[in-house]
Design a protein around this ligand. Structure first.
Ligand code: SF4
Ligand code: ZN
Length: 323
């Protein structure tokens, strides 16, 4: 039983085009049901934080975390899985937490797999459901991530959420295992196009290699490398109606999206500013390593075309090409 929430903090965010503060709480729940029944998705290590937790404990954790609340206009309530899964957040705890949060903030954000979105009761105005679709490509989602739901499941869930008055935040994963750098970029671009009409916000999460995951095992064997920040910058520039943002976890580190090391802080700063105000000129940045990134895109294309099983990642040396 756990009465300790994982963490809570205040951060910059955007609300209907305005720059605001958001209060973020991560609750310690019993974890994602999908993880418990199948071993989870290839990149997910969130369940490291999980412990058996009752609804009463969750209300206690949330109330305790609120002691640090400072009139932020957005509250984000995250768990290690789905806030709308009654096996993870019992209904009475869910309702109480939502009601406390709605009394304080204008927008309440939480995450859920699509199958639980039908559990939203009543008027959901002011709620934002974040769904980890990861990619619009069903084959990739199934074979490289192991997510266990289809694009159609996502579209139903997003429509249900909107019908009830909620907004939808769609998470896309940049560079699931098995893709080249260009393949990852094209997948994110195609996924942005495919989800823009169903999303109020699209949040691109470049791969961050978490401990004790399938992706970590591939990375340790030299069969996977996280994306370049340049690929993320390129994807963020896609012109669509929905707002596209990114808050890269592990950005600039070996396990996260990174560039040459010299320009990483500047590029991450540009991505952060763009994600807050949507001003495209924020992304007008450069560094000599952009040529290495372009060379990798071309080299991998040529290697694939010629059936060569190696590529040269300018950041890492020679590593096997993952197809
Ligand atoms: S990525 Fe989401 S659905 Fe997949 S195991 Fe992790 S918490 Fe569960
Ligand atoms: Zn650089």
């Amino acid at each position: 039983m756990s009465k300790r929430y994982v963490s809570a903090w205040s951060e910059d965010d955007a609300l209907d085009g305005e720059r605001v503060k958001a209060f973020v709480v991560i609750l310690r729940t019993s974890g994602c049901s999908w993880y418990r029944s199948t071993g989870g998705c290839s990149m997910c290590g969130y369940n490291e934080e999980s412990e058996t937790t009752s609804g009463e404990d969750l209300i206690f954790q949330f109330t305790k975390a609120l002691e640090g609340y400072d009139d932020e206009r957005v509250i984000k309530v995250y768990t290690s899985g789905s806030f709308l899964d009654p096996a993870e957040v019992p209904l009475d705890a869910r309702d109480r937490i939502l009601s406390e949060a709605r009394d304080r903030a204008e927008r309440i954000v939480f995450e859920s797999r699509p199958e639980y979105v039908k559990n939203i009761d009543g008027d959901a105005t002011g709620l934002e459901v974040a769904i980890g679709l990861e990619t619009a490509d069903d084959d990739l989602r199934e074979n490289c991530i192991g997510k266990g739901f289809s694009f159609e499941d996502f579209t139903h869930a997003a429509s249900t959420a909107r019908d009830r008055g909620a907004t939808v935040r769609t998470y896309l994963l940049m560079k699931p295992p098995g893709l080249t750098e260009r393949g990852a970029l094209e997948d994110v671009r195609a996924s942005i196009e495919a989800t823009s009409s169903l999303s109020d916000v699209i949040s691109i999460n470049p791969m961050n290699i978490q401990r004790r995951t399938k992706v970590e095992r591939l990375w340790q064997k030299g069969r996977y490398s996280p994306p370049w920040l340049w690929s993320l910058v390129e994807a963020l520039g896609t012109e669509i109606d929905a707002k596209v943002v990114s808050h890269p976890s592990g950005g600039g580190k070996a396990r996260g999206a990174h560039n040459c090391g010299e320009c990483d802080d500047a590029v991450l700063g540009a991505i952060r500013r763009f994600s807050l105000d949507g001003q495209r000129h924020r992304l007008d940045i450069s560094c000599g390593c952009i040529d290495l990134w372009k060379a990798q895109l071309d080299l991998e294309d040529r290697a694939l075309a010629e059936g060569i099983d190696y590529r040269k990642d300018p950041r890492m040396g020679t590593i096997p090409l993952v197809r």
